[in-house]
Design a protein around this ligand. Structure first.
Ligand code: FAD
Length: 457
């Protein structure tokens, strides 16, 4: 059986790696660009490791850790330093209350002692402990549940900046079931989310310790992509192959690529973003029937300084900026503090994210304008005395899938619609069942299992 995998990001490569364990399947991967990795894009600049896309992954989701161990690259893993992170409010940096889980304090103590909320805001948030369970039979916006339990102040000042960056959208429209399923389950079981957060904390193997929850590699996330590429048969990977269309050809599929190449495959695993996949289906007007998944645009801006040129820095790993502040910056990581192995001694690396939902125009500006705006924003919080030694701007246009309310049902509808016309085309990757890197690996493996089961039957 011949299987074509479209897209050489972490989802596509995980699928190819899994299929390579099945000699009965002949699998080939087609990637539009000349590089594998998709939204994983690390490089070395002098003695710095710079991440232009994803920078780390959650260790507690097992799929990527298992792959790392199979590839034998565990010795290259690095764990994040667990310093304090902050939120900007009223021109001051306030520590994010700890202990907490996804921003939700695990007891009243951190909630009542935070400088981020007013007394009224704290009183309202404490009502979470006594308010009746929310009705969650259908999918709702995550913001709707959080506003009901904690009130607007805690959502606007703490939860929105923390969670809207990860899921690329406003909490008022993001699907609870698709972005924070654990909170949906816990809100149904525990009533109080503070109690739920306490339960999550107790279950974590690192609870009560200072061990970081994220991992990357000494030489950047690209290590896992390079290890996969090295393990795979080079003849099964085709770079510079941009898929343009898929047509049915009897029980098979005819794939046409921009470079003129054509390929016949029995099954196809599509791991490209959903709006790209939708345009390639030429049969039965299917493309027109598929609603396009919205993607948010962001830019990442890395600025390197001599340590002596940046002072009065809060002693922590970075900060988040809620909307309503007069800056284009959404979040800043002090890379030298969070990932010390990525930055040589005596230097500082500040990585900022710009472009928030509804205010994404900044991403289209020139590098010079973006860097100027970022330095202006940073200068309000830090004392910057020198000019950056170098900077790096990377734009991600419409690249962060926004899972709005009803996402899970829409994904099911897309899959059913595709399946009606193309029974052996599978949709997998960040547009569908989770954006985190371990979620993508899981989806690549699941697609593989479906195909292998089809071969058996
Ligand atoms: P992609 O990585 O998008 O790969 C799809 C591939 O398909 C690409 O290589 C693309 O070139 C190719 N392609 C596109 N069109 C075609 C075509 N027509 N024909 C052939 N090939 C095509 N997640 C985390 O877990 N941790 C993080 O720290 C993190 N940070 C992030 C920071 C940023 C700035 C961004 C943008 C994302 C971040 N994410 C993070 C999310 C995570 O990186 C992505 O969800 C994940 O990498 C997506 O993998 P994928 O393989 O599904 O898709």
């Amino acid at each position: 059986m011949k299987v074509a995998i479209i897209g050489g990001g972490i989802t596509g490569l995980s699928a190819l790696y899994e299929l390579s364990k099945h000699p009965e399947v002949d699998a080939e991967l087609f990637e539009a660009s000349q590089m594998l990795g998709g939204k994983i894009r690390s490089y070395h600049r002098e003695d710095f490791v710079v991440e232009r896309g994803a920078d780390s992954f959650l260790a507690r989701k097992p799929e990527l850790m298992a792959l790392v161990s199979e590839l034998g690259i565990e010795d290259q893993l690095v764990t994040n330093e667990t310093g304090q992170a902050f939120i900007l409010y009223n021109e001051e940096l306030h520590p994010i209350p700890k202990p907490s889980s996804m921003g939700i304090p695990s007891s009243l103590k951190p909630l009542l002692s935070t400088s981020l909320l007013s007394t009224k805001g704290k009183m309202r948030a404490s009502l979470d402990l006594v308010k009746p369970k929310a009705k969650l039979d259908e999918d709702v916006a995550a913001g709707q549940l959080f506003r009901y339990r904690f009130g607007d102040e805690m959502v606007d000042r703490l939860l929105e900046p923390l969670l809207s960056g990860i899921y690329a959208g406003s909490l008022n429209e993001l699907s609870l079931e698709s972005t924070l399923p654990q909170f949906k389950a816990l809100a149904t079981k525990h009533r109080s989310l503070i109690k739920a957060s306490e339960a999550i904390q107790k279950k974590q193997p690192t609870a009560g310790t200072n061990t970081g929850q994220f991992r990357t590699f000494k030489n950047g996330l690209i290590t896992v992509i390079e290890a996969l590429e090295a393990r795979l048969d080079q003849a099964s990977i085709h770079k510079d192959h941009k898929l343009v269309s898929i047509e049915r050809d009897g029980n098979q599929h005819r794939l046409s690529f921009e470079n003129g190449h054509e390929e016949i495959a029995d099954a196809v695993i599509m791991t490209v973003p959903q709006p790209v996949a939708a345009t390639t289906f030429v049969e039965d007007g299917l493309s027109e029937r598929l609603e396009r998944l919205r993607g948010a645009s962001v830019a990442t801006v890395a600025l390197a300084f001599r340590e002596s040129d940046v002072s009065e820095r809060a002693d922590g790993t970075g900060f988040l900026v809620p909307k309503g502040n007069d800056t284009v910056i959404k979040a800043v990581t002090f890379v030298d503090k969070k990932w010390p192995t990525a930055v040589p001694d005596g230097y500082v690396l500040l990585r900022s994210f710009v472009g928030r939902p509804g205010q994404e125009e900044i991403v289209n500006e020139s590098d010079d304008v973006i860097v100027e705006q970022v330095i202006k924003g940073l200068s309000k919080m830090l004392e910057i005395n020198g000019i950056p030694l170098w900077y790096d701007v990377e734009r991600w246009q419409e690249a962060m899938p926004t899972y709005t309310v009803g996402h899970k049902q829409r994904v099911q509808q897309w899959r059913e619609a595709v399946n009606d016309t193309y029974p052996y085309v599978l949709l997998a990757g960040a547009s569908y069942d989770g954006v985190g890197l371990p979620d993508c690996v899981r989806q690549g493996i699941n697609a593989t299992n479906q195909i292998v089961n089809q071969v058996k039957n």
